[in-house]
Design a protein around this ligand. Structure first.
Ligand SMILES: NC(=O)c1ccc[n+]([C@@H]2O[C@H](COP(=O)([O-])OP(=O)(O)OC[C@H]3O[C@@H](n4cnc5c(N)ncnc54)[C@H](OP(=O)(O)O)[C@@H]3O)[C@@H](O)[C@H]2O)c1
Length: 262
C-alpha cells in the first residue's frame, strides 16, 4: 500500500474485469478511494467487498454506458455524492470483421460506449473535478488509434476519435488545473476479444496472449500519478507508430501479411 493517492476519489469505468479490474486493484494499492462502474453487478460487488476488506473505501454503480439516459443518471448520482478527484475512462468493447458486414446499429452502439459515453461523463463531471486538488482524466485508448488494422475499422476509428478529444481537452482544461492523460495499450490478456462482437473474423485471442493486465495497470497508474501526456504501454507499439509515420506502405503490407491467415 502507498499513500500517493490517499484521499483521491477515483471513478473507474469498465471495472468488472480485464484492465479495469486490474486498475481498481492498482489504484487501491496506491491509496485511492474507488467508485466502480460496469454492467455486471455481481462482479463489481465482489471486487468492492474484497477491496474494502483490504482497507480501500469502495463503492459501485451499475450502468450500461451504451445508453445515454443511463450515463446521464450516473452523472447525476455522482454529482449528488459531491466529491471526485479523477476519472479512468476504461470501459470499451471491440467490433471485428469486414466493414461492409457491420450493421449501422452495431457501429453506433460501439461509438456510444467507446466515445460518446466518455464525452458525456467528462462534461457532466467537470464541475466536481474543478473543485478537486490535482484532478486527472485518464483515457484508455488503443495502439490501433495510431495505426488502424483492417477489419477493426470502426473500433480503430472510435479510439482515434478519443485521441482527438483528449489532445484538445488537455490544452482546454489546463487553466482549470485538470490533467488529461491518454494511454495506448497493445494486446492485453483480458476477455476483450471474447467479449467483442464479431462478423466472421476474430484475429487473435486476448484471453491467451498479450501483456498481463496487472502490468498495463501499473504503467497506467504511473502515468496518472506523474500527469504524463501519453503512455504507450509497449516499446514495440511505439516503434510501430514511428514506422507507420515514415513507411506507411510498408506497414500496410506487413500488417496485411501478418493478419491474412488469422
Ligand atoms: N485487451 C486488449 O488487448 C486491449 C488493447 C487496447 C485497448 N484496450 C482497451 O482497454 C479497455 C478495457 O478493455 P479490456 O481488455 O479490459 O476488455 P474487457 O475485459 O472486455 O473489459 C471491458 C470492460 O468494459 C465494461 N463494459 C463493456 N461494455 C459496457 C457497457 N455497455 N456499459 C458499461 N460497461 C461496459 C465491461 O463490464 P461489463 O461487461 O460488466 O459491463 C468490462 O468491465 C477498453 O477500452 C479496450 O478498448 C484493450
Amino acid at each position: 500500500m502507498s499513500d500517493e493517492l490517499r484521499g483521491q476519489r477515483i471513478l473507474i469505468t469498465g471495472a468488472s474485469m480485464g484492465i479495469g479490474e486490474a486498475l481498481a486493484r492498482e489504484f487501491a494499492a496506491r491509496g485511492a478511494e474507488l467508485l466502480l462502474v460496469a454492467r455486471s453487478e455481481g462482479k463489481l460487488r465482489a471486487l468492492c467487498e474484497e477491496l474494502r476488506r483490504m482497507g480501500t473505501p469502495c463503492e459501485y454503480l451499475v450502468a450500461d454506458l451504451t445508453k445515454p439516459e443511463q450515463v446521464a443518471s450516473l452523472v447525476e448520482k455522482i454529482l449528488a455524492q459531491g466529491r471526485l478527484g479523477g476519472v479512468l475512462h476504461n470501459a470499451g468493447a471491440g467490433l471485428y470483421g469486414a466493414f461492409e458486414r457491420y450493421a449501422e446499429a452495431d457501429v453506433r452502439e460501439l461509438f456510444e460506449l467507446n466515445f460518446f459515453s466518455v464525452l458525456a461523463l467528462t462534461r457532466g463531471l467537470l464541475p466536481l473535478l474543478k473543485k478537486s486538488p490535482r484532478p486527472t482524466l485518464l483515457l484508455v485508448s488503443s495502439i490501433v488509434s495510431w495505426r488502424a488494422i483492417a477489419r477493426l475499422s470502426v473500433y480503430s476509428a472510435s479510439k482515434s476519435a478519443l485521441n482527438g478529444f483528449a489532445e484538445a481537452l488537455r490544452v482546454e482544461l489546463k487553466p482549470d488545473g485538470i490533467r488529461v492523460v491518454n494511454t495506448y495499450p497493445g494486446r492485453t490478456r483480458t476477455p476483450f476479444s471474447a467479449n467483442a462482437k464479431s462478423f466472421g473474423w476474430r484475429p487473435f485471442s486476448t484471453e491467451r496472449s498479450g501483456t498481463p493486465p496487472e502490468q498495463v495497470a501499473r504503467k497506467l497508474a504511473r502515468a496518472y500519478v506523474g500527469g504524463k501526456r501519453d503512455e504507450f504501454v509497449s516499446w514495440s507499439n511505439r516503434l510501430l507508430v514511428w514506422g507507420n509515420f515514415f513507411f506507411p506502405k510498408l506497414i500496410d503490407w506487413g500488417l496485411g501479411k501478418y493478419f491474412q491467415n488469422k
